[in-house]
Ligand binder design. Structure first.
Ligand code: MSP
Length: 511
């Protein structure tokens, strides 16, 4: 059994969740479920980033306190994660005392290395990124490259972190761990950014009342990214006690794998700042920092500031949560950008879920119930679909291990399509009336049911609500993706196939 730690970024509370936020969380949930089913001990954390200028601004605009805004948005997150079946181990809020304690502790460790100093700081600040930019990085109108929003000139006394001191150690770490940043193109991007030279980083703001106080430096608040990044160890109990069992198990011990997921816009914080903070504090570094692409709408990043966000509510109400999980994982190639549209969603639902998975299953179930007294037919001798099924399972596993979810799903849908063609070729529906064909009919149906059982078993981490129902509908059992459950031949002849409803009723497109 291995130990596996996986995190999503913690989300700002100046906005309600949209498809972009949901995506990272769904991917993390899928990986967490997949690893658990394989027997790993998993710690999966998510949460909210509640400090910073943006939050103050959003709250002020509404005439409320930042914490009121945070509470409201957090409760929306909790509802949504429950609805979507997110199986997180912890939801951390940066306004919790356990988190402030953890930020204080990491600061003490960095301070002990002499890695902070005070200086005057001037520069162009983007409040949406919470980052200072050089003039070169901004557009002619001084707009930031991510939000295309005007950066502001700021000048104040700040505490600096000696980031430049860690340039060589970071480069050495990247080179010794070529899989530390994924995908490869992002690794190259980060490495060349660091190779180009690092400036020390301002890690405090003066006179900002909303945030974690900077211990030992009165009047300073911890810079929101140093605050936020530390959540990954606060959640494990680092603030209370460095010997906290989860911190020990999932962060300090060598046999744990630590994975951070995020969108590409915040990779630099995770792949440069965070490892440098950890190096300074003498703590282990993450194993993999995985940056995915953006969900776009009309060719632009979906974001509140652009005003082109898709909220998940209407999709969930109309179609349920598993279809949304399926669509997001199938449509985006992990690491690349993808476009979202309701039309693409409905097309995929109808072709892949209602037709591909739903119809194949209901056809097999109906024929088996009708001709074999509501039971799984006798297995027979011919394992006609065995080879294609084994290839599909192999493909699925390989792609899941590489986080190529769309390919993993493609492999399963290839098996569904082979199964359909097999049924069309063999026409078991014509065999019912001929007693001499009864054995063959059973054999064909058993092969089809077994293929679908394997698909359903593999789908448990992706469709956690529907896959178990499907497994039951087939008269099978299965709560594990281990070799036995995913091996050919697990379906028991004679098991009862209960009466069931359609899993994915077809959707009529609105004209
Ligand atoms: N609070 C910081 C993260 C701190 S982690 C220590 C933050 N929050 S955010 O709410 O703005 O974004 C959270 C995540 O959502 C990021 O990974 C970001 O990339 C992702 N997305 C926001 N919009 C997105 C899309 N349109 N598409 C895909 N993901 C995007 O940044």
């Amino acid at each position: 059994m291995s130990r596996f730690f996986i995190s999503t970024p913690i989300y700002y509370v100046n906005d309600y969740p949209h498809i972009g936020h949901i995506y990272t969380t769904l991917v993390a949930d899928t990986i967490a479920r997949y690893r658990r089913l394989q027997g790993d001990e998993v710690y999966f954390c998510t949460g909210t980033d509640e400090h910073g200028q943006n939050i103050i601004r959003a709250a002020t605009k509404e005439g409320i306190q930042p914490i009121e805004l945070a509470d409201r948005v957090v409760s929306r997150y909790h509802d949504l994660w429950t609805q979507l079946g997110i199986s997180h181990s912890d939801f951390i809020r940066t306004t919790e005392p356990r988190h402030a304690a953890s930020v204080h502790r990491i600061i003490e460790k960095i301070e002990a290395q002499g890695d902070f100093y005070v200086d005057r700081h001037e520069g162009w600040y983007c409040a949406s990124c919470e980052l200072f930019y050089t003039e070169k990085e901004l557009s002619e109108n001084k707009e930031c490259p991510v939000h295309e929003r005007k950066a502001e000139w700021q000048s104040e006394e700040n505490i600096f972190f000696r980031l430049s001191k860690y340039q060589d150690r970071l480069l050495a770490w990247y080179d010794a761990n070529p899989h530390s940043i994924r995908p490869q193109s992002r690794f190259n991007e980060v490495r060349s950014f660091v190779d180009g030279g690092l400036r020390d980083l301002s890690v405090s703001r003066s006179n900002l009342p909303w945030g974690v106080t900077f211990p030992g430096y009165e009047g300073h608040t911890v810079y929101v990214w140093l605050d936020a990044l530390t959540n990954y160890i606060s959640t494990l109990g680092f603030g209370d006690d460095e010997k906290a069992p989860n911190f020990q198990k999932f962060w300090l011990e060598d046999d744990a794998t630590r994975v951070h997921l995020m969108g590409k816009d915040i990779l630099r914080f995770h792949a440069v700042f965070w490892p440098a903070f950890l190096m300074s504090a003498g703590l282990p570094l993450p194993d993999t920092i995985w940056a995915h692409g953006w969900w776009l709408r009309d060719q632009k990043k979906m974001s509140k500031s652009t005003g082109n966000v898709v909220r998940p509510g209407h999709l969930i109400d109309r179609f349920g949560t598993d279809p949304l999980r399926y669509f997001l994982l199938r449509e985006m190639s992990f690491g690349q950008d993808a476009s979202f549209s309701d039309e693409a969603f409905i097309d995929r639902y109808n072709s892949d879920l209602a037709n591909g998975l739903g119809n194949t299953t209901s056809r097999l179930i109906a024929l088996s119930r009708k001709n074999f007294e509501n039971r799984v037919p006798p297995r027979g001798k011919a394992d006609d679909l065995r080879e294609v099924a084994e290839e599909a399972v192999r493909g699925f596993t390989e792609h899941m291990n590489r986080y190529a979810f769309h390919r993993a799903l493609e492999a399963l849908w290839r098996l569904l399509s082979e199964t359909n063609q097999y049924l069309v070729r063999n026409e078991p529906w014509k065999m019912g009336k001929k007693p001499e064909l009864r054995d063959r009919m059973g054999e064909v149906l058993w092969n089809g049911l077994e293929a679908v059982r394997l698909v359903a078993t593999a789908l448990q981490s992706i469709l956690p609500e529907v896959a178990p129902r499907l497994i039951k509908q087939l008269g099978a059992q299965g709560d594990s993706e281990d070799d036995r459950a995913l091996g050919w031949g697990g379906l028991e002849s004679g098991a009862e196939i209960p009466e069931s409803d359609a899993l994915f009723p077809r959707i009529a497109k609105k004209k």
